[in-house]
Design a binder for this molecule. Structure first.
Ligand code: ARG
Length: 305
């Protein structure tokens, strides 16, 4: 019998088959970017971009993404689409993958709220607490002062009660350990070693139980070997391509009908081909205004139960 908990790369003696199945979330939450801005540098992509946001493009790009999710809700392929208003002074709140980590434990909806690295972003968290309270979630706040940035650093292994968790920039090992207990899941920490890949969702995209695409330079050697132990196919993506196009911030969704769709920033032909070869219908969108802030498709939504 496999016991859920945190397993460092050197402690992985289990097989993927040992981990129980877990349903994936089909509710989408987005945050309106009315207050989106770049006023300081929180990651290398933001350097020199302060004040350089075209607000009309911001709204258009965000709306196109919103409309895609709405279409799938209308087709009964996703369960729901919710929108939170932004908050004045919370210029990064549109990146709603970061403030929380929802899951189900023994059938109960649970969520771990984040300890965000930057004080301006910590102010975003209460609005999410309110949202999950409304949905009837059991809410966990961390006792540790260590960092945790939600779904930005915790990526679901498709179909399994298993998370891959990036640490080193926005999330710490203590944060991961405490969160894992609340989630009742197996969690494998991965050390992120490059500033450009400051969240796991910038460099790691699982495509199925067996296959993941990633940027190898983002991880230390031990972490890479852990990934290779569990995934049968590991598809490397060129570092320059990942940095320039945010292709590894794509979102893959397995819809209610079983159809697989992927949303991705426009312009990464090789990644689009990999997605198609793995059974995904690819939807390209433009997120250029948000890339100036270091985020793209994956960061701009939260999947919840
Ligand atoms: N400007 C934001 C920050 O640095 C971008 C967050 C992007 N989110 C993500 N999940 N990668 O905090």
């Amino acid at each position: 019998m496999h016991t859920p908990g945190v397993y460092l790369p050197k402690d992985i003696h289990f097989k993927l088959e040992d981990i129980p199945h877990h349903p994936e979330p089909l509710g989408v939450l987005v945050v309106n970017p009315a207050f989106f801005a770049i006023i300081d540098v929180k990651n290398p992509y933001m350097e020199g971009k302060e004040g350089h946001v075209n607000h009309q493009k911001v709204m258009e790009q965000w709306q196109a993404l919103y409309d895609l999710y709405l279409k799938w809700v209308d087709e009964d392929e996703l369960e729901s689409l919710s929108e939170l208003e932004g908050v004045t002074g919370c210029e990064d709140m549109v990146f709603c993958a970061n403030q929380s980590l929802p899951w189900t434990k023994d059938g109960e909806k649970v969520v771990v709220l984040s300890n965000m690295r930057y004080p301006s972003r910590q102010k975003e968290v209460p609005a999410f607490e309110e949202f999950y309270t409304y949905l009837g979630y059991k809410i966990y706040k961390l006792n540790t002062t260590d960092l945790l940035e939600g779904n930005g650093d915790f990526i679901i292994h498709p179909g399994k009660n298993l998370f891959w968790a990036g640490y080193g920039h926005r999330t710490g090992l203590e944060g991961i350990k405490e969160a894992a207990g609340y989630l009742g899941a197996t969690v494998i920490p991965l050390k992120l070693v490059s500033e450009y890949f400051y969240h796991l969702d910038t460099c790691f995209v699982p495509l199925s139980e067996d296959t993941v695409m990633l940027c190898e330079e983002a991880f230390d050697e031990e972490s890479l070997s852990a990934i290779k132990k569990i995934f049968k196919n590991v598809i490397p993506i060129d570092r320059t391509e990942a940095v320039n196009t945010f292709c590894l911030n794509a979102t893959g969704l397995r819809l209610k009908s079983g159809k697989k769709v992927a949303i991705i920033q426009r312009g990464s032909e090789s990644t689009n081909k990999i997605l198609r070869d793995n059974g995904y219908e690819v939807y390209e969108v433009e997120t250029g205004e948000f890339m100036k802030s270091g985020g793209s498709v994956f960061c701009m939504k939260m999947m919840h139960f």
